[in-house]
Design a protein around this ligand. Structure first.
Ligand SMILES: [Zn+2]
Length: 408
Protein backbone atom coordinates (compact mmCIF):
# COMPACT_ATOMS: atom_id res chain seq x y z
CA UNK A 1 0.00 0.00 0.00
CA UNK A 2 1.24 3.50 -0.85
CA UNK A 3 -0.07 6.57 0.88
CA UNK A 4 0.17 10.32 0.85
CA UNK A 5 -1.43 12.71 3.24
CA UNK A 6 -2.26 16.39 3.57
CA UNK A 7 -3.23 18.31 6.70
CA UNK A 8 -5.60 21.21 6.05
CA UNK A 9 -6.10 23.89 8.65
CA UNK A 10 -8.95 26.39 8.67
CA UNK A 11 -10.72 28.22 11.55
CA UNK A 12 -13.34 25.50 11.87
CA UNK A 13 -14.25 22.33 10.06
CA UNK A 14 -17.77 22.28 11.45
CA UNK A 15 -20.51 19.82 10.48
CA UNK A 16 -22.04 22.28 7.98
CA UNK A 17 -18.74 22.76 6.17
CA UNK A 18 -18.00 19.03 6.10
CA UNK A 19 -21.51 18.12 4.95
CA UNK A 20 -21.54 20.62 2.09
CA UNK A 21 -18.04 19.45 1.12
CA UNK A 22 -19.28 15.84 0.96
CA UNK A 23 -22.30 16.92 -1.11
CA UNK A 24 -20.12 18.72 -3.62
CA UNK A 25 -17.59 15.90 -3.81
CA UNK A 26 -20.44 13.47 -4.43
CA UNK A 27 -21.54 15.66 -7.35
CA UNK A 28 -17.98 15.34 -8.71
CA UNK A 29 -18.29 11.55 -8.62
CA UNK A 30 -16.84 10.62 -5.22
CA UNK A 31 -18.70 7.89 -3.37
CA UNK A 32 -18.54 8.26 0.40
CA UNK A 33 -19.18 6.05 3.38
CA UNK A 34 -21.04 8.78 5.27
CA UNK A 35 -23.33 9.45 2.32
CA UNK A 36 -24.13 5.76 2.04
CA UNK A 37 -24.78 5.60 5.76
CA UNK A 38 -27.05 8.62 5.45
CA UNK A 39 -29.13 6.78 2.84
CA UNK A 40 -29.32 3.68 5.01
CA UNK A 41 -30.49 5.76 7.95
CA UNK A 42 -33.05 7.32 5.62
CA UNK A 43 -34.44 3.90 4.67
CA UNK A 44 -35.05 2.98 8.27
CA UNK A 45 -36.33 6.32 9.48
CA UNK A 46 -38.26 9.10 7.83
CA UNK A 47 -36.97 10.29 4.45
CA UNK A 48 -33.36 11.35 3.97
CA UNK A 49 -34.52 14.74 2.79
CA UNK A 50 -36.02 15.40 6.19
CA UNK A 51 -32.84 14.45 7.98
CA UNK A 52 -30.03 16.79 6.91
CA UNK A 53 -26.61 15.31 6.12
CA UNK A 54 -25.09 17.58 8.75
CA UNK A 55 -26.78 15.47 11.44
CA UNK A 56 -25.19 12.30 10.13
CA UNK A 57 -21.82 14.01 9.87
CA UNK A 58 -22.11 15.61 13.29
CA UNK A 59 -23.19 12.30 14.82
CA UNK A 60 -19.82 10.71 14.06
CA UNK A 61 -17.29 12.11 16.54
CA UNK A 62 -14.54 12.43 15.60
CA UNK A 63 -15.70 12.58 12.00
CA UNK A 64 -14.05 10.19 9.56
CA UNK A 65 -15.02 9.23 6.07
CA UNK A 66 -13.77 6.99 3.30
CA UNK A 67 -14.27 8.09 -0.30
CA UNK A 68 -13.92 6.16 -3.53
CA UNK A 69 -12.57 8.56 -6.15
CA UNK A 70 -14.38 8.65 -9.51
CA UNK A 71 -11.50 7.75 -11.84
CA UNK A 72 -9.52 5.34 -9.64
CA UNK A 73 -12.09 3.11 -8.01
CA UNK A 74 -9.43 0.98 -6.35
CA UNK A 75 -7.87 3.85 -4.44
CA UNK A 76 -9.30 5.43 -1.27
CA UNK A 77 -9.43 8.93 0.12
CA UNK A 78 -9.75 8.95 3.91
CA UNK A 79 -10.89 12.09 5.69
CA UNK A 80 -10.11 12.47 9.37
CA UNK A 81 -11.26 15.48 11.34
CA UNK A 82 -8.53 15.18 13.96
CA UNK A 83 -8.89 18.54 15.68
CA UNK A 84 -11.47 21.35 15.45
CA UNK A 85 -9.36 23.28 12.95
CA UNK A 86 -7.52 20.33 11.34
CA UNK A 87 -8.68 17.97 8.61
CA UNK A 88 -6.29 15.23 7.55
CA UNK A 89 -6.72 13.69 4.10
CA UNK A 90 -4.96 10.36 3.53
CA UNK A 91 -4.79 8.91 0.03
CA UNK A 92 -4.20 5.15 -0.14
CA UNK A 93 -3.52 3.22 -3.29
CA UNK A 94 -1.69 0.25 -4.70
CA UNK A 95 0.93 2.24 -6.61
CA UNK A 96 2.83 5.44 -6.04
CA UNK A 97 1.66 6.98 -9.32
CA UNK A 98 -1.97 6.07 -8.56
CA UNK A 99 -1.74 7.83 -5.21
CA UNK A 100 -0.18 10.90 -6.85
CA UNK A 101 -2.95 11.12 -9.45
CA UNK A 102 -5.75 10.69 -6.91
CA UNK A 103 -4.14 13.25 -4.60
CA UNK A 104 -3.78 15.85 -7.34
CA UNK A 105 -7.35 15.36 -8.57
CA UNK A 106 -8.75 15.45 -5.05
CA UNK A 107 -7.00 18.70 -4.25
CA UNK A 108 -8.40 20.28 -7.42
CA UNK A 109 -11.92 19.18 -6.48
CA UNK A 110 -11.51 20.37 -2.91
CA UNK A 111 -10.23 23.74 -4.08
CA UNK A 112 -13.33 24.33 -6.18
CA UNK A 113 -15.59 23.00 -3.40
CA UNK A 114 -14.11 25.29 -0.74
CA UNK A 115 -13.54 28.24 -3.05
CA UNK A 116 -10.20 29.06 -1.42
CA UNK A 117 -6.61 28.55 -2.38
CA UNK A 118 -5.57 25.23 -0.81
CA UNK A 119 -1.94 26.26 -0.47
CA UNK A 120 -3.02 28.67 2.26
CA UNK A 121 -4.64 25.82 4.22
CA UNK A 122 -1.94 23.15 3.94
CA UNK A 123 0.16 22.80 7.09
CA UNK A 124 1.89 19.51 6.29
CA UNK A 125 2.02 17.34 3.22
CA UNK A 126 3.35 13.76 3.17
CA UNK A 127 6.09 14.43 5.66
CA UNK A 128 7.40 17.61 3.98
CA UNK A 129 8.12 18.81 7.49
CA UNK A 130 10.35 15.80 8.15
CA UNK A 131 12.17 16.32 4.83
CA UNK A 132 12.93 19.89 5.85
CA UNK A 133 14.19 18.65 9.21
CA UNK A 134 16.32 16.03 7.47
CA UNK A 135 18.02 18.60 5.25
CA UNK A 136 18.36 21.19 8.00
CA UNK A 137 19.46 19.01 10.95
CA UNK A 138 20.46 15.47 9.97
CA UNK A 139 22.57 16.06 6.86
CA UNK A 140 24.88 18.60 8.55
CA UNK A 141 25.03 16.58 11.79
CA UNK A 142 26.31 13.56 9.85
CA UNK A 143 28.57 15.75 7.68
CA UNK A 144 26.94 14.38 4.59
CA UNK A 145 27.36 17.61 2.63
CA UNK A 146 25.01 20.50 2.07
CA UNK A 147 21.37 19.82 1.28
CA UNK A 148 21.96 16.19 0.55
CA UNK A 149 24.07 17.03 -2.48
CA UNK A 150 27.08 15.01 -3.50
CA UNK A 151 30.29 16.35 -2.04
CA UNK A 152 32.18 15.96 -5.29
CA UNK A 153 30.86 16.03 -8.81
CA UNK A 154 33.38 14.82 -11.36
CA UNK A 155 32.49 15.97 -14.87
CA UNK A 156 35.35 14.68 -17.02
CA UNK A 157 34.43 11.25 -18.45
CA UNK A 158 37.82 9.85 -17.44
CA UNK A 159 37.81 11.66 -14.13
CA UNK A 160 36.13 9.10 -11.89
CA UNK A 161 38.30 6.29 -13.24
CA UNK A 162 41.48 8.29 -12.70
CA UNK A 163 40.56 9.26 -9.17
CA UNK A 164 39.84 5.66 -8.29
CA UNK A 165 43.17 4.60 -9.83
CA UNK A 166 44.87 7.26 -7.68
CA UNK A 167 43.89 5.30 -4.55
CA UNK A 168 46.75 2.88 -5.07
CA UNK A 169 49.44 5.54 -5.45
CA UNK A 170 51.90 6.19 -2.59
CA UNK A 171 50.76 8.84 -0.14
CA UNK A 172 52.53 12.15 0.25
CA UNK A 173 51.58 13.87 3.50
CA UNK A 174 48.68 11.46 3.88
CA UNK A 175 47.13 11.65 0.42
CA UNK A 176 47.75 9.60 -2.74
CA UNK A 177 50.08 11.35 -5.15
CA UNK A 178 51.30 10.53 -8.65
CA UNK A 179 54.19 11.99 -10.65
CA UNK A 180 53.53 13.50 -14.06
CA UNK A 181 56.08 11.11 -15.62
CA UNK A 182 54.05 8.13 -14.33
CA UNK A 183 50.64 9.24 -15.57
CA UNK A 184 50.58 6.62 -18.30
CA UNK A 185 50.50 3.86 -15.67
CA UNK A 186 47.25 5.12 -14.11
CA UNK A 187 44.93 4.09 -16.93
CA UNK A 188 47.10 2.02 -19.30
CA UNK A 189 44.47 1.85 -22.07
CA UNK A 190 44.50 5.66 -22.47
CA UNK A 191 47.26 7.75 -24.03
CA UNK A 192 49.42 9.89 -21.76
CA UNK A 193 47.99 13.02 -23.42
CA UNK A 194 44.39 11.99 -22.74
CA UNK A 195 45.27 11.24 -19.14
CA UNK A 196 47.11 14.55 -18.72
CA UNK A 197 44.12 16.49 -20.13
CA UNK A 198 41.82 14.73 -17.70
CA UNK A 199 44.18 15.35 -14.78
CA UNK A 200 44.38 19.05 -15.62
CA UNK A 201 40.59 19.19 -15.76
CA UNK A 202 40.45 17.57 -12.31
CA UNK A 203 42.90 20.21 -11.06
CA UNK A 204 40.64 22.94 -12.47
CA UNK A 205 37.65 21.35 -10.70
CA UNK A 206 39.54 21.27 -7.42
CA UNK A 207 39.58 17.47 -7.19
CA UNK A 208 43.38 17.35 -7.47
CA UNK A 209 46.25 19.59 -6.40
CA UNK A 210 49.11 20.13 -8.87
CA UNK A 211 52.58 20.69 -7.50
CA UNK A 212 55.92 21.54 -9.10
CA UNK A 213 58.62 19.45 -7.50
CA UNK A 214 62.37 18.89 -7.74
CA UNK A 215 63.71 15.36 -7.22
CA UNK A 216 67.18 14.06 -6.58
CA UNK A 217 68.31 12.24 -9.73
CA UNK A 218 70.12 9.58 -7.68
CA UNK A 219 67.83 8.85 -4.73
CA UNK A 220 64.49 10.00 -6.09
CA UNK A 221 63.91 12.00 -2.91
CA UNK A 222 61.93 15.22 -3.07
CA UNK A 223 64.06 18.32 -2.62
CA UNK A 224 61.21 20.82 -2.72
CA UNK A 225 57.59 21.24 -3.76
CA UNK A 226 55.36 24.23 -4.51
CA UNK A 227 52.09 24.86 -6.32
CA UNK A 228 53.60 28.06 -7.72
CA UNK A 229 55.73 28.01 -10.91
CA UNK A 230 57.38 31.36 -10.10
CA UNK A 231 58.58 30.08 -6.76
CA UNK A 232 60.06 27.06 -8.48
CA UNK A 233 62.03 29.30 -10.88
CA UNK A 234 63.40 31.33 -7.96
CA UNK A 235 64.45 28.13 -6.20
CA UNK A 236 66.26 26.83 -9.27
CA UNK A 237 68.12 30.14 -9.65
CA UNK A 238 69.73 29.65 -6.26
CA UNK A 239 73.16 28.06 -5.97
CA UNK A 240 71.90 25.36 -3.64
CA UNK A 241 73.24 21.82 -3.69
CA UNK A 242 71.34 18.59 -3.37
CA UNK A 243 72.13 17.17 0.12
CA UNK A 244 72.07 13.61 -1.28
CA UNK A 245 74.20 13.73 -4.42
CA UNK A 246 75.79 17.18 -4.37
CA UNK A 247 74.40 18.38 -7.75
CA UNK A 248 73.13 21.93 -8.11
CA UNK A 249 69.37 21.89 -7.69
CA UNK A 250 68.95 23.31 -11.20
CA UNK A 251 70.57 20.13 -12.53
CA UNK A 252 68.14 17.88 -10.66
CA UNK A 253 64.97 16.40 -12.08
CA UNK A 254 61.93 18.64 -12.39
CA UNK A 255 58.50 17.09 -12.22
CA UNK A 256 54.82 17.75 -11.82
CA UNK A 257 52.98 15.88 -9.09
CA UNK A 258 49.23 15.40 -8.72
CA UNK A 259 47.86 14.90 -5.23
CA UNK A 260 44.33 13.93 -4.29
CA UNK A 261 42.30 16.88 -2.99
CA UNK A 262 41.03 16.63 0.55
CA UNK A 263 37.32 16.74 -0.26
CA UNK A 264 37.48 13.91 -2.82
CA UNK A 265 38.83 11.40 -0.31
CA UNK A 266 35.25 10.18 0.12
CA UNK A 267 34.83 9.95 -3.64
CA UNK A 268 37.56 7.34 -3.93
CA UNK A 269 36.88 5.47 -0.69
CA UNK A 270 36.68 1.70 -0.93
CA UNK A 271 32.97 1.52 -0.15
CA UNK A 272 31.91 4.19 -2.59
CA UNK A 273 30.57 1.69 -5.12
CA UNK A 274 28.34 0.16 -2.44
CA UNK A 275 27.06 3.59 -1.46
CA UNK A 276 26.33 4.36 -5.11
CA UNK A 277 24.27 1.16 -5.38
CA UNK A 278 22.34 2.00 -2.20
CA UNK A 279 21.63 5.53 -3.38
CA UNK A 280 20.55 4.36 -6.84
CA UNK A 281 18.32 1.68 -5.28
CA UNK A 282 16.64 4.12 -2.93
CA UNK A 283 16.02 6.66 -5.68
CA UNK A 284 14.63 3.96 -7.98
CA UNK A 285 12.15 3.08 -5.21
CA UNK A 286 10.98 6.67 -4.97
CA UNK A 287 13.07 8.12 -2.14
CA UNK A 288 13.82 11.77 -2.89
CA UNK A 289 16.02 12.73 0.03
CA UNK A 290 19.28 10.75 0.03
CA UNK A 291 22.61 12.12 1.20
CA UNK A 292 25.81 10.10 0.86
CA UNK A 293 29.40 10.59 1.92
CA UNK A 294 31.28 7.31 1.92
CA UNK A 295 34.15 6.43 4.16
CA UNK A 296 34.11 9.35 6.56
CA UNK A 297 32.44 8.10 9.71
CA UNK A 298 30.20 5.54 11.39
CA UNK A 299 27.46 6.43 8.91
CA UNK A 300 28.05 6.57 5.15
CA UNK A 301 24.70 7.97 4.20
CA UNK A 302 21.16 8.73 5.21
CA UNK A 303 17.75 8.97 3.61
CA UNK A 304 14.41 10.31 4.71
CA UNK A 305 11.29 8.49 3.61
CA UNK A 306 7.78 9.20 4.88
CA UNK A 307 9.04 10.40 8.22
CA UNK A 308 11.49 7.51 8.75
CA UNK A 309 15.21 8.23 8.88
CA UNK A 310 17.26 5.51 7.19
CA UNK A 311 20.90 5.46 8.31
CA UNK A 312 23.30 3.24 6.45
CA UNK A 313 26.86 1.97 6.72
CA UNK A 314 28.47 0.30 3.71
CA UNK A 315 31.27 -2.19 4.31
CA UNK A 316 33.63 -3.86 1.89
CA UNK A 317 35.88 -6.70 3.06
CA UNK A 318 34.23 -7.70 6.29
CA UNK A 319 32.19 -6.23 9.09
CA UNK A 320 33.32 -5.69 12.67
CA UNK A 321 31.25 -5.58 15.83
CA UNK A 322 32.25 -1.93 16.19
CA UNK A 323 30.50 -1.10 12.90
CA UNK A 324 27.22 -2.35 14.33
CA UNK A 325 27.71 -0.63 17.67
CA UNK A 326 28.56 2.74 16.12
CA UNK A 327 25.62 2.61 13.74
CA UNK A 328 23.24 1.61 16.54
CA UNK A 329 24.52 4.40 18.79
CA UNK A 330 23.98 6.98 16.07
CA UNK A 331 20.48 5.62 15.47
CA UNK A 332 19.67 5.96 19.18
CA UNK A 333 20.82 9.57 19.18
CA UNK A 334 18.37 10.42 16.42
CA UNK A 335 15.62 8.43 18.11
CA UNK A 336 16.16 10.58 21.19
CA UNK A 337 15.51 13.59 18.94
CA UNK A 338 12.14 12.16 17.96
CA UNK A 339 13.01 10.38 14.73
CA UNK A 340 11.77 6.97 13.73
CA UNK A 341 15.10 5.40 12.66
CA UNK A 342 15.85 2.39 10.50
CA UNK A 343 19.59 1.51 10.63
CA UNK A 344 20.94 -0.55 7.78
CA UNK A 345 24.33 -2.26 7.46
CA UNK A 346 25.18 -3.20 3.88
CA UNK A 347 28.07 -5.64 3.39
CA UNK A 348 29.32 -7.19 0.17
CA UNK A 349 29.55 -10.63 1.81
CA UNK A 350 27.98 -12.65 4.59
CA UNK A 351 28.27 -11.32 8.13
CA UNK A 352 29.10 -13.65 11.03
CA UNK A 353 26.24 -13.87 13.55
CA UNK A 354 28.39 -12.89 16.55
CA UNK A 355 28.64 -9.17 17.07
CA UNK A 356 25.40 -8.41 15.30
CA UNK A 357 23.23 -5.86 16.96
CA UNK A 358 19.53 -6.14 17.46
CA UNK A 359 17.56 -3.60 15.50
CA UNK A 360 20.09 -3.21 12.69
CA UNK A 361 18.96 -4.61 9.36
CA UNK A 362 21.76 -6.42 7.52
CA UNK A 363 22.28 -6.81 3.78
CA UNK A 364 24.69 -9.66 3.01
CA UNK A 365 25.80 -9.48 -0.59
CA UNK A 366 24.63 -6.92 -3.11
CA UNK A 367 22.25 -9.40 -4.75
CA UNK A 368 19.78 -8.95 -1.90
CA UNK A 369 20.13 -5.16 -1.60
CA UNK A 370 17.05 -4.15 -3.58
CA UNK A 371 14.80 -6.67 -1.82
CA UNK A 372 15.84 -5.43 1.60
CA UNK A 373 15.59 -1.76 0.61
CA UNK A 374 12.06 -2.49 -0.61
CA UNK A 375 11.19 -4.17 2.71
CA UNK A 376 12.67 -1.26 4.65
CA UNK A 377 10.57 1.28 2.74
CA UNK A 378 7.46 -0.87 3.08
CA UNK A 379 7.97 -0.98 6.86
CA UNK A 380 8.38 2.81 6.85
CA UNK A 381 5.08 3.21 4.99
CA UNK A 382 3.30 0.84 7.36
CA UNK A 383 4.66 2.77 10.32
CA UNK A 384 3.34 5.99 8.76
CA UNK A 385 -0.13 4.50 8.34
CA UNK A 386 -0.13 3.54 12.02
CA UNK A 387 0.62 7.08 13.12
CA UNK A 388 -1.55 8.95 10.60
CA UNK A 389 -4.91 7.58 11.61
CA UNK A 390 -6.45 6.28 14.80
CA UNK A 391 -5.95 2.56 15.33
CA UNK A 392 -9.50 1.76 14.29
CA UNK A 393 -12.18 3.48 12.31
CA UNK A 394 -15.27 4.49 14.20
CA UNK A 395 -17.20 3.72 11.04
CA UNK A 396 -17.78 0.06 11.76
CA UNK A 397 -14.16 -0.52 12.88
CA UNK A 398 -12.72 -1.20 9.44
CA UNK A 399 -9.06 -2.24 9.55
CA UNK A 400 -7.12 0.06 7.29
CA UNK A 401 -5.58 -2.84 5.41
CA UNK A 402 -9.05 -3.98 4.32
CA UNK A 403 -9.86 -0.71 2.58
CA UNK A 404 -8.07 -1.57 -0.64
CA UNK A 405 -9.41 -4.37 -2.79
CA UNK A 406 -6.98 -7.28 -3.21
CA UNK A 407 -4.75 -7.40 -6.29
CA UNK A 408 -6.02 -9.51 -9.14
ZN1 LIG B 1 70.52 14.75 -5.76
Amino acid sequence: MFIEYVDFKRPAWDADTLASMLERLQESGYQGFTRELHHVIGRFTTGVGERPLTRTVGGATPFMDVLIPPAQSRARVILHHRAPEMLRVVIAGRFQHEVRMVGTAFKLHLESVLGTRLDDLIVDESGRASLDRFRRDVVPALQLGGNGERTAEIRHPLGAQLLRAMRHQPAVRGRPTVLGSQLATLVPERSADQTRDAMDQLVAEGALERWHIVLCRETGQWLTSTPNADELRKFLALTLECPHCGRRVSDEQMETAYRLGEHVQAYVSDNRWICDLIEAGLRRLGVEAVAVRPGTGPVDGAACYQGTLILFRAKENGVEAADFAQLRDRARQFEAEGWRVSPLLVADRSVPPEGREMGVTVVEGMGTLDVILDQTLRAARDATVETLLPASFRLGTIPLADLLPPDD
